[in-house]
Design a protein around this ligand. Sequence first.
Ligand code: AMP
Ligand code: MN
Ligand code: MN
Ligand code: MN
Length: 284
Amino acid sequence: MNADLHCHSAVSDGWLTPAEVVRRARANGAELLALTDHDEVGGVAEAAAEAAALGLGFVGGVEISVSWGDETLHVVGLGVDAENPALCAGLAQVRSGRLARAGQMAAALEQVGLRGVLEGARRFARNPDMIGRAHFARHLVASGVARDVHSVFDHYLSRGKPGFVAHQWATLAEAVGWIRGAGGVAVVAHPARYHRMSATELDKFFNAFIAEGGEGVEVVAGAHTTDEMLRFASLARRKGLLASRGSDFHGPDESVVDVGRCNPLPPDLAPVWSRWNKLLMGVE
Ligand code: AMP
Ligand code: MN
Ligand code: MN
Ligand code: MN
């Protein structure tokens, strides 16, 4: 099954509309897709309609920003009902802090001589509610401050850099609770990306995640090397987690892995899509 269960549209910090993401996934050979915008399910209905028109399997999704101690981690919810009131209210609450954070980021960047960054970033955010670091990065690239978004993060937006502002996101219990309450499966996104956490801390996080009702881990992720994929495949086996697979596609010129073009999962793992029947996914 060519599944891609992690990607973004312009409803959060992707470049394409939800329908464009679905068409691109289909053209790239995807058979099952989940749209997982950051803290937002506003693109799911459009994506679901386009997927149905194309005969592409689709489940609703979201990627929730979580604060755990002073770490930020991402939890993907798959197979969620995008109209679930508690999920929508919870996500609205998470998003509500973004505008103030953006103002603080712009003020911090002004301290290092970068002016007008909030207005610039806003032009890249098609959903005003969902302004994030990727929009800042795109503006700073467009204005010639850095050559690509990765170097903006390295010099300005990552923790310890001048534009970084610590923020309180959802708690782990809230994120997993909202996802499960909306009928979804909670999955730890791109686990190799949490560089600041030791192996022991990451293990503690996974135990807490499972204790809250989390059930899956991204084994294949756009940002994972083969070694990282193998490391988290063995974690999935050890902890009895379902395995997920996603590109984390944001846009054609920005993402290493295109939507619908993920590497396969090791065949002995239980894929997260074993949870959904074919009828639900719209696959004949
Ligand atoms: P935010 O939720 O506003 O903190 O933004 C997080 C988003 O920034 C991620 O989902 C990525 O789209 C982007 N991002 C984070 N770190 C990097 C990086 N090192 N290079 C490029 N994009 C990044
Ligand atoms: Mn993003
Ligand atoms: Mn993420
Ligand atoms: Mn993502």
